[in-house]
Ligand binder design. Structure first.
Ligand SMILES: Cc1cc2nc3c(=O)[nH]c(=O)nc-3n(C[C@H](O)[C@H](O)[C@H](O)COP(=O)(O)OP(=O)(O)OC[C@H]3O[C@@H](n4cnc5c(N)ncnc54)[C@H](O)[C@@H]3O)c2cc1C
Length: 289
């Protein structure tokens, strides 16, 4: 078992800021990430409201934050957390077990999924949840976008510039676009392919259709990443409740960023939460010594 002063779950801007503050205070720090570095911010094309930059690309901002963390000695581990033992201060990952003195949860939000059995298998093999991140891989290819209640408007605009072969599967009945092939009232029943996704089977207005594709973009909005925490921490409307200093009902567990119940979910407020959570976690560590 590897031991750290502070373990942070999530490498979005909240987690990276908490990591940077914690490492500057000479604490041993591990950030655990289950997906890619930078969370939602890494997927943003243009950020125009982060202080100090008239305009910055999300990926560049994250690259700077990650470099800053690494240069200060923050460790980063990619793994999937199976469970957390809050009594013994242990995070159980698929590959390893980690012990913390203080835990900061910065797990943010994730794309809403289709909930099909082979969906995870096709992720990065033709299926994407982020047009801005992966769209360029499908230039001039056959692309399908899944939308519901106009959730994919930005993604559709973006992909329209990359390919002429764009089909929209509208799970609701709200998306209209005379220039594109649109199926309404869709229920997706299967994702088809061997090594990669190459077709989608769906029902639209009573007809079963199988449509070949090179890429499928599922653009159904975001949901909070609560599953691991909701049985042990206080929640409200699918967010974790803290006081204004990021404290939860467990003295050595803190929360930062979009996963927290609050009014404004932005990069600057996520960074602020991360800084406060780290400062409070350090105070906690000092109090137990
Ligand atoms: C389309 C869009 C545009 C936006 N534009 C702007 C903008 O212009 N300006 C602005 O200020 N804000 C903008 N925002 C909001 C901003 O992106 C978020 O407020 C910010 O990214 C929140 O950061 P976070 O660190 O709290 O969470 P996230 O960015 O969601 O990061 C959470 C991280 O935790 C990881 N994670 C989750 N669960 C686990 C787990 N169990 N184990 C390990 N890792 C886990 C995730 O993979 C992810 O990397 C926008 C948001 C969206 C959706």
């Amino acid at each position: 078992m590897i031991k750290y002063d502070i373990i942070i779950i999530g490498s979005g801007v909240a987690g990276l800021t908490a990591g940077m503050y914690s490492a500057r205070a000479e604490k041993s720090v591990l950030i655990i990430e289950e997906n890619f570095l930078g969370g939602t911010t890494a997927t943003l094309e243009n950020i125009e409201n982060y202080p100090g930059f008239m305009k910055i690309n999300g990926f560049d901002l994250i690259q700077n934050m990650v470099n800053q963390c690494i240069s200060l000695g923050v460790q980063i581990e990619f793994c999937s957390i199976k469970n957390i033992n809050y009594d013994k201060n242990i995070v159980n990952c698929d590959k390893n077990m980690f012990e913390y003195k203080s835990l900061i949860i910065a797990s943010g939000t994730s794309p809403v999924k289709l909930n099909l059995k082979n969906e995870d298998y096709f992720k990065f093999k033709g299926l994407s949840y982020c047009a801005v991140c992966d769209g360029s891989l499908y230039k001039n290819k056959r692309v399908i976008v899944v939308t519901k209640n106009l959730s994919a408007e930005h993604a559709i605009d973006y992909l329209s510039n990359l390919t002429n072969d764009l089909t929209i599967l509208d799970l609701s009945n709200n998306y209209q676009n005379e220039n594109l092939k649109v199926f309404h009232d869709v229920k997706i029943v299967d994702l088809i392919g061997e090594d990669r996704l190459n077709a989608v089977k769906f029902i639209s207005q009573g007809n079963e259709i199988t449509l070949k594709c090179d890429g499928l973009f599922v653009e159904l909005g975001k949901q909070s990443n609560l599953k691991l925490f909701k049985d042990n921490l206080e929640t409200s409307y699918n967010f974790l409740v803290t006081d204004e200093n990021m404290h939860t009902i467990i003295p050595n567990v803190f929360v930062a960023g979009d996963i927290r119940k609050k009014n404004l979910r932005q990069i600057v407020t996520a960074c602020s939460d991360g800084a406060i959570a780290s400062t409070e976690a350090i105070k906690y560590l000092n109090s137990i010594h």
